[in-house]
Design a protein around this ligand. Structure first.
Ligand code: NDP
Length: 326
């Protein structure tokens, strides 16, 4: 109800995923009122059951049904290193289709602002560090995930073109590796944290060794999904640029995969045999990203300490083991 000018309807695609669920939690529960829902705002969280965003007709139907004023476009085909290596065409094509359907419907239906999600995987493989927002298109991405990376880079191309041709305010954010409640915990296809939590859990339960793929030396920056959700709300309200912004903890908070696995062993109180299988792929050795742009806008934003975020994540995993995605 209401006229176009007095409604605020925020449509979240991929609303049932890791990031979508974190945004839903933050707008209802955050202690800081800056990140909670404002009066009169209607938030719609979509799952793939509401419509397949790879289909133009389904996407158009969803936009006609909800008539959003703002869109947070999270839906994507996502996965960890091993799934990316296996399904390069699917990653490329499915993500291209979703982006095109969502952005073009948003354009045709006069949406005020769209925020899409890139990833630090899109950056060039051979690059100076730290990586920043100006380098999205600077060179080929790592071969392990080029399907996903090029599809995501095209989001930025589309955003600039919609802006230059039609004045649209379509922008994007670039999170580093995300983890938290509601993740996908699949043993082979998931990202490193949820896959290792699940693997360690089973090793403990079955009294088998916990063997981690790779050498443990790669460095990564991890962001807790609820911190990312708070930053998404800030981008929605206050970020005016078309160019992407990296949403990440600082370079000083980069940690090794070995530190990640050690934390998991600690949080699950795993006391068995714990080893590394260095015959397995490591992926990129590092992809250190700068959060200087974010810090310029939000110098005082406090990230949840990794240890506390892992404590909350593992607790959620244990409490929801029967029903979670795995
Ligand atoms: P999840 O895999 O947790 O969730 C994916 C969401 O997309 C689900 O809600 C899913 O719906 C929906 N979805 C998938 N395919 C379709 C489709 N064809 N039609 C409609 N909806 C669909 O993803 P994340 O929350 O982890 O990722 C959110 C965004 O963040 C993505 O754009 C991703 O590329 C990006 N990102 C993620 C990172 C990470 O570490 N996880 C890192 C950097 C960026 P359903 O529940 O019904 O299946």
């Amino acid at each position: 109800n209401g006229t176009a000018s007095d409604r605020t309807v925020i449509l979240v695609t991929g609303g049932t995923g890791l990031v979508g669920e974190a945004i839903r939690w933050v707008i209802d529960n955050d202690l800081d009122p800056r990140f909670r829902r404002r009066e009169g705002e209607e938030w719609i969280f979509l799952s793939s059951k509401d419509g397949d965003l790879m289909s133009w007709d389904d996407t158009a139907r969803v936009f006609d049904k909800y008539r959003p004023t703002n869109v947070l476009h999270l839906a994507a085909m996502v996965g960890g290193l091993f799934k990316n290596m296996k399904y390069k065409l699917d990653f490329y094509r499915n993500n291209m289709l979703m982006t095109d359907n969502v952005l073009h419907n948003a354009h045709l239906k006069d949406v005020n602002k769209v925020i899409s999600c890139l990833s630090t995987c899109v950056f060039p493989d051979k690059t100076p560090y730290p990586i920043d927002e100006t380098m999205v298109h600077s060179g080929p991405p790592h071969d392990s995930n080029f399907g996903y990376a090029y599809a995501k880079r095209m989001v930025d191309v589309a955003n600039r073109a919609y802006h230059e041709q039609y004045g649209r305010q379509f922008t994007s954010v670039i999170p580093t590796n995300i983890f938290g409640p509601h993740d996908n915990w699949h043993l082979d296809d998931a990202h490193v944290i949820p896959a290792l939590v699940h693997k360690c859990y089973l090793a403990k339960k079955n009294n088998t060794p916990f063997i981690v793929a790779g050498s443990g030396t790669p460095l990564r920056q991890f962001i807790y999904s609820r911190d990312l959700a708070r930053l998404f709300v800030w981008v929605l309200r206050d970020y005016q640029e078309i160019d992407p912004i990296i949403l990440s903890v600082g370079e000083e908070d980069e940690i090794t995969i070995r530190q990640v696995a050690d934390t998991i062993v600690d949080k699950l109180a795993f006391k068995g045999d714990y080893r590394w299988d260095s015959t397995k792929a490591d992926g990129q050795l590092k992809k250190t990203a700068s959060n200087a742009k974010l810090r310029k806008y939000l110098p005082d934003f406090k990230f949840t300490p990794f240890d506390q975020a892992m404590e909350e994540t593992v607790k959620w995993f244990l409490e929801n083991y029967e029903t979670l995605r795995k």
